[in-house]
Design a protein around this ligand. Structure first.
Ligand code: F6R
Length: 611
């Protein structure tokens, strides 16, 4: 979603801001803009619809200064147009040239707009953000920090913002509530951004701004306070991200890079946590709550999109290994259903970014109702990671590709460790855990083996590339994997794909199957294997083309399907860590063959920070 980058220092702001915007492109956007204070405080602003590249060309040789703010916009209030793009400025006649970039939603903007209109403010855009710029302008009395604090006391909603004013050419004010914002602290300079990817090239010292916090930044000082002006001291820490982790390297797309990173990512995820010698799972982030988890009455997983699919696998794992009743809910539904949280309820939020607005809001709801909350999150220090009582980081490294791949695997890997951790404290025997751990330890090298089929998968996919409707089917834990395969295909290649339990097909969707329709079965050797073979027959009889993800050496299935992608034989709870990989590759190759921009799929944002 929207991305913010701001700079104050002694270097050329333009190049830092443009480079930062490019790093934030992966978050998803439709327009971009920049404002820079030149010399003694002349404000220059440029905005454009489309790629950052276009904005860069627009700036040309101008826009020279060392203080500025910039933004990638993902439209919420108001269509995709230049007037709606950020930065917004306060009223042309009444104002002070205050320029502002914003991520989030000002919920009460309509009433503030009415109030400002009575004071003769004229608005140029349809956005909530412009209202905030005018409000700060209206309250400005020679002190930008105070005006921002006063304005933020009036607004409800979520915001991360960066503000500059020509009357204070050596000051940048930033603030945050609900939307992510990180302050990078360099030598005589500060780089502020929505995430660390735009900061790490300049400094590794940074802190996350707390909610309801405003920071007044000059080249050599920073003052952080609450919106009520109570001073607070931020905790600066070292960023764990390395520059090469966010560079494309020799890969054509981030998605492909991240698919290939999966063996290493899972190795890192397991490192220090799987104790093969003592036959234990060690999870420091939840150890304080081990007893509460082992005696939980009910475990509710929440997440959205890919994270929800990982949550569905988590449900199976918890029931199968830990033997605790488990369920899964869309975070967006959980929140508004007035959910029942009884003593002994544990709510587990799964999220790559740790910033998904629905998941965060559902977690807050669960916490208010007294649930123990646990986060399975990738981004260190993110809102969900900080809000939850306990957590396990995925440790798969930054995920830049909009279509989640290695984070999904990390989520499933962590859910598996969690189930084993709780299970061992209940009825799961030492022998069972010992053999599970030994198999888990082999998973990274087995993923590499699956990846070797990339060329075969590409060739097979090319045969179906012009088909506009696909089905993905599976049973048990293969069902959420089928859902994930369908989501990957639709989000980057724009092919219509549906995932469903294989048995559900007969209850309606079978009517869709016509001659040559690609139907992908996740059909590994597991407790429901025989039943899936029958479902494959039903599809074949109706002319569907069956593509299967199957267990190596399964000759029966080979004779029944047009194409088979193989995964090594592992225990049923570990199969999703392998079966999803061919589906990721299939989606990737399909999108590339259809000429789609894999890393920037239309309408999508990497991190969905509005409800
Ligand atoms: C799909 C995808 C999304 C995210 C969802 C939740 O490839 O990436 O469906 O999984 O938006 O995001 P996080 O995990 O950041 O909460």
């Amino acid at each position: 979603m929207c991305g913010i980058i701001a700079y104050i220092g002694r270097r050329d702001a333009k190049s830092i801001l443009i480079e930062g915007l490019k790093r934030l492109e992966y978050r998803g956007y439709d327009s971009a803009g920049v404002a820079i204070l030149e010399g003694a405080g002349d404000l220059q602003r440029a905005r454009s619809v489309g790629r950052v590249q276009g904005l860069e060309e627009l700036l040309g040789d101008g826009f020279n200064g060392s203080v500025g703010v910039a933004h990638t916009r993902w439209a919420t209030h108001g269509g995709v147009s230049e007037p709606n793009a950020h930065p917004h400025v306060d009223d042309k006649k009444l104002g002070h040239g205050i320029a502002l970039v914003h991520n989030g939603i000002i919920e009460n903007y309509a009433s503030i707009k009415q109030w400002l209109a009575k004071k003769n403010h004229v608005f140029e855009s349809e956005t909530d953000t412009e209202v905030l710029a005018h409000l700060i302008g209206e309250l400005y009395d020679g002190d930008l920090e105070k005006a921002v604090q006063a304005a933020l006391r009036e607004v409800t909603g979520a915001y991360a913002l960066a503000v500059i004013c020509p009357k204070e050419p050596d000051t940048l004010v930033v603030a945050r509530k609900g939307s992510p914002l990180m302050v990078g602290v360099g030598a005589d300079e500060y780089v502020i951004a929505s995430d660390s990817s735009a900061i790490v090239a300049h400094t590794k010292q940074a802190f996350t701004l707390e909610d309801y916090t405003v920071a007044k930044i000059t080249r050599d000082s920073i003052r952080t306070s609450t919106v009520d002006n109570v001073e607070i001291t931020p905790e600066i820490r070292e960023l764990e991200v390395d520059l090469e982790e966010i560079e494309l390297g020799s890969f054509e797309h981030y998605m492909l890079k991240e698919i290939y990173e999966q063996p290493e990512a899972i190795k890192r995820c397991f490192q220090g946590r799987l104790d093969l010698r003592d036959g234990q799972v060690r999870l420091g982030g939840i150890s304080e709550f081990a007893r509460k988890l082992a005696t939980a009455k009910r475990i509710v997983f929440i997440g959205q999109g890919t994270a929800l699919h990982a949550a569905m696998i988590g449900e199976y794992l918890i029931e199968h290994i830990a033997k605790i009743p488990a369920e899964v809910e869309f975070a967006s539904e959980f929140r508004y259903r007035n959910p029942i949280v009884e003593p002994g309820t544990v709510v587990i939020s799964i999220s790559q970014s740790g910033e998904t607005a629905d998941t965060l809001a559902a977690l807050t709801e669960a916490k208010q109702k007294g649930a123990l909350t646990v986060g399975l999150v990738n981004v260190v220090g993110s809102s969900i990671a900080r809000e939850t009582d306990a957590g396990i980081y995925l440790r798969v490294g930054p995920e830049i590709g909009v279509a989640s791949t290695k984070a999904f695997l990390g989520q499933v890997a962590v859910a598996t460790m969690l189930a084993a951790y709780i299970g061992r404290r209940r009825f799961y025997s030492q022998d069972d855990l010992g053999s599970l751990l030994n198999e888990m330890d082999r998973i990274p090298s087995l993923i590499s083996r699956v990846l070797e089929q990339s060329d075969d998968i590409k060739k097979a996919t090319s045969r179906y590339i012009n088909r506009e409707n696909w089905l993905f089917l599976g049973r048990g834990m293969n069902y959420p994997v089928a859902l994930e395969g369908a989501l990957k295909l639709k989000e980057i290649s724009y092919i219509h794909a549906e995932g469903m339990p294989a048995a559900e097909m007969k209850h309606g969707p079978i009517a869709l199957i016509d001659d040559g329709m690609p139907v992908v079965f996740v059909a590994t050797k597991n407790s429901q294997y025989e039943k899936v073979l029958s479902n494959i027959e039903e599809v074949r009889t109706r002319g569907g083309h069956v593509i299967a993800v199957a267990t190596e050496g399964d000759t029966d299935i080979q004779s029944m399907c047009e194409d088979v992608f193989w995964v090594p034989d592992v225990a049923e709870p570990l199969q999703p860590l392998l079966t999803v990989v061919p589906l990721q590759l299939m989606a990737y190759h399909a999108a590339v063959m259809r000429g789609k921009d894999v890393d920037k799929p239309r309408n999508l944002a990497k991190s969905v920070t509005v409800e």
